[in-house]
Design a protein around this ligand. Structure first.
Ligand code: UN1
Length: 495
């Protein structure tokens, strides 16, 4: 008997393990132990999941949104009751420190609760007609079956951003999570099951991303795809989805800058930087991966940074005293170390730069918090690394700081530390991205506000907040003519 759970696919309200299915396991990035075993799904399983979602759709669409909202409220309550247990699963399967594991689940709770209330809004518009005795309005309708394809870095929050928003709007869902956080995905789905979601409204398929993702995107019954992940996969999803003119929503990479001006509150900026750059071991789309530092405070601020980075405690993420846990997988570790090797050639390594080995570290994927000093334009200063690696770029002025900040392919988050209110508002205007923080780091989005970015960070609108509703509904424009005769717009005007 395995000492870890063996989980099936969730299709049509049942956990199923198709006969002869092959399986894969997920592992704890801290110590290499097995977390769970999952079905390696096939296109046939995707077909079954889409069929279940397609079959469940008419009844779910016909369910009044406030009633859908009541179920979501129950989901949020279940998540609340299970918060500590799920947070531990997040930490064990993905490696973020336990306080952040709790934050991940809290973000899921907040969002599901927010969307439950949306069941009593789902606002349309009423708009005047140019003609008499004619009433014009818009209503929102669901899109149909939607595919939610999610990453491992926020393994409970991001799936819920998508699933809860899709469901409140009346869509049914096939959920394909990142394989290495399949247990977290299972926890998410069991919360919906426990809340009494009707069978088929939410379905889970686990397994190889490329094969299952393609099967989902190619299925004509799937009308929308919401994907968060890497930019290369995102591009493929977009092109493939375009064949069938699907609505594709993409949330991809970031190379988020923090500008620290010479008039900044430096201790405050330092706290923000440590959290932004090394929280979640830098594995956030929103992570602070560039510090754009004014030359007047350059030496002073980096001196302060050195001391604090040296004091960061790496280790077991379940230990509340740990600041930085392992990175999520062997693949991640390899990729980050490759970038560090590139950085050693093209830039000046200031701190860190090593994989940690010896004793308890040998079984996990630990990388020291790493700081490079680099001119703008090197690969490490422009490409997304998705690890605890910070590039520091010296600038002589605000203008140059903005130029550097904007001169990357991504546009997700950004931050400026300054005590000049005029400059802060100018930065809000000047920074080309979806999110700007003033005197706070680049991370820390709240669920009731839109989340997303410009350029190669994504397309298809914003997630979260009220914009999530845009993502998952079709607007229907309605004209009601109560004049009892034919009125011709553009022709009978002014009568
Ligand atoms: C992500 O990095 O993929 O703002 C999402 C934040 C979190 C969400 C991040 N609330 O960092």
């Amino acid at each position: 008997m395995a000492s870890y759970p063996e989980v099936g696919l969730f299709i049509g309200g049942k956990w199923v393990s198709p006969p002869g299915a092959s399986r894969f396991t997920t592992i704890n990035p801290t110590d290499g132990t097995t977390v769970g075993s999952f079905v390696s799904g096939t296109p046939k399983d995707v077909d079954a999941a889409v069929t279940a979602a397609f079959t469940a759709y008419p009844a779910w669409k016909a369910t009044p949104p406030p009633v859908r909202g009541e179920i979501l409220l129950k989901v949020s309550q279940v998540l609340k009751q299970r918060k500590e247990q799920i947070a531990r699963v997040v930490t064990q399967e993905m490696g973020k420190v336990i306080a952040e594991g709790r934050g991940d689940v809290q973000e899921a709770i907040d969002f599901v609760e927010y969307m439950a209330g949306e069941g009593r809004r789902l606002f349309g518009e009423t708009v005047p007609s140019e003609l008499r005795n004619k009433f014009c309005l818009t209503v929102r309708q669901p899109k149909g079956v939607v595919a939610c394809i999610t990453p491992w870095n926020f393994p409970t929050a991001i799936p819920n951003w998508k699933i809860a928003a899709a469901l409140i709007c009346g869509n049914t869902v096939v959920f394909k999570p990142a394989s290495n956080t399949s247990m977290c995905a299972t926890e998410v789905v069991t919360a919906y099951e426990a809340a009494g979601l009707p069978p088929g409204v939410l379905n889970l398929v686990t397994g190889p991303g490329g094969i299952l993702g393609n099967a989902l995107i190619d299925d004509p019954r799937v009308r929308a795809v919401s994907f968060t992940g890497g930019v290369d996969t995102g591009r493929t999803v977009n092109v493939r989805g375009a064949q069938d003119l699907k609505a594709v929503h993409l949330e991809l990479g970031g190379k988020n800058p923090m500008i620290v001006m010479d008039d900044a509150n430096l201790p405050l900026a330092l706290e923000g930087l440590l959290f932004g750059a090394f929280g979640t071991a830098g594995q956030r789309c929103t992570a602070t991966s560039r510090l754009i530092l004014h030359e007047k405070v350059y030496d002073q601020f980096l001196g302060m940074l050195d001391r604090r980075v040296a004091g960061l405690r790496l280790g077991d993420p379940l230990d509340p005293k740990t600041d930085v846990g392992p990175v999520a997988s062997a693949d991640q570790q390899k990729k980050i170390l490759e970038y560090i090797a590139i950085g050693r050639k093209e830039a000046k390594l200031r701190t860190g730069g090593n994989k940690l080995t010896g004793g308890a570290y040998d079984k996990g994927f630990f990388i020291e918090p790493t700081v490079f000093e680099t001119p703008h334009g090197t690969r490490i200063s422009k490409e997304e690394i998705f690890g605890p690696v910070l590039s520091v770029i010296k600038v002589p002025s605000y203008e140059e700081a903005v130029r550097v900040a904007n001169d990357v392919e991504y546009g997700l988050s950004s931050s400026i530390y300054t005590s000049d209110v005029n400059r802060a508002f100018r930065a809000v205007e000047d920074l080309e991205c979806g999110i700007t923080y003033v005197n706070a780091p680049t991370i820390g989005a709240e669920v009731q506000l839109p989340f997303g970015g410009t350029k190669h960070t994504g397309t298809g609108g914003r997630e979260a907040g009220s914009s999530a509703i845009e993502e998952f509904t079709e607007i229907k424009t309605v004209f009601v003519d109560f004049s009892n005769h034919l009125q011709k717009a553009q022709i009978d005007v002014g009568e």
